[in-house]
Design a protein around this ligand. Sequence first.
Ligand SMILES: *Cc1c(COP(=O)(O)O)cnc(C)c1O
Length: 419
Amino acid sequence: MAGNSLNSVDPEIAGLIRAEERRQADTVKLIASENYVSKAVLEATGTVLTNKYSEGYAGKRYYEGQQVIDQIETVAVERAKSLFGVNHANVQPYSGSPANLAIYLAFLNPGDTVLGMGLPFGGHLTHGWSVSATGKWFNAVRYGVRKDTGRIDMDEVRSIALEHRPKLIFCGGTAIPRTIDFPAFAEIAREVGAVLAADIAHIAGLVAGGAHPSPVGHADVISTTTHKTLRGPRGAMLMATADEHATALNKAVFPGLQGGPHNHTTAAIAVALHEAAQPEFKAYAAQVVKNAKALAEELSSRGFDLVSGGTDNHLILMDLTPKGVGGKPAAQALDRAGLETNYNTVPFDPRKPFDPSGIRIGTPSVTSRGMGEAEMRQIGAWIDEVVTAVAKGDADDVIARVHKEVSDLTAQFPAPGLS
Ligand SMILES: *Cc1c(COP(=O)(O)O)cnc(C)c1O
């Protein structure tokens, strides 16, 4: 074979990767769960570490040749412990969903009761939703948000917990624009004797950067993805303070659920944790929240109906019903204009999950590009222009013009990791 670069070995995939890179560069990415990793994180991901099997944990492996891998995993674990202030960290879960499944395996038997936020209110599938294994194999009960405030009602959570006596309670989710009250969840969990799991997948970067309260000292176990606000590779971590919880989680991840850890991911997680420990990352986390507030204010002033009326974090959920358009056609038109969002169910949504009333937007990615509040106000104006045009049924010209303006903006703010 002529040369051995991706380009020469597989020009088809190489070309598609370049196309995706161009797409990411030219788009204003407003998907709340996504980010841009640094060049350093990307580099660590694409390394020979992918060649190595290392079932087990550092010092207790089932394969030889762990002289280097043990050091890499230990560095990642120590950085996680120091960044989040916990006694134990497991960096092996393949992603957020298997990390959460490991929590069930560690603390529950099939049929036991779990209390989590319902998916349509912002919970994750793995918090006991019906189509998930966690909803099929366990007795899942759910809490939501109040219709009048769009916020979790802790009195309601407590009364559901007292009625159903769950063994496990999840807090955290995928579409929650407000601060999660970890102390209140902890008090309820204590009262009913449940294990409290804080799933900080969305907000881990904000927690690490001091822009959202930490669940440490309140939750028994903490689950997080590493690829959202934390800005690492796709992966996950489980953390705990008590030794007994840590032991249970370790056994659940391996050999309970997984085989060999993805060592190239572990190395990239270590790099991301190092980056997240720098002072610049604190500034980043603070700016993510400032940007979300600026964007929320702009959208509110333009008549958008924000769930809970605004945001405390990186995320905005809005109901487009007053704008006279569904979430899906709006998200599709916005994407054509270079503004990438996702359609999303809103609390008490009368429409179907595949054609819901809302869209979800977030500021982690645009903040990683260095955009600030002025750019957020511009983005809010573009969203309004496109959504209003879609509602009128004649959006082509507006989409074309906005796309041009979006391209001018993205050219001024290069994304990390992209050439
Ligand atoms: C993203 C997310 C997950 C799942 O992560 P995957 O890596 O997609 O499996 C779990 N919980 C919450 C709250 C999430 O936001």
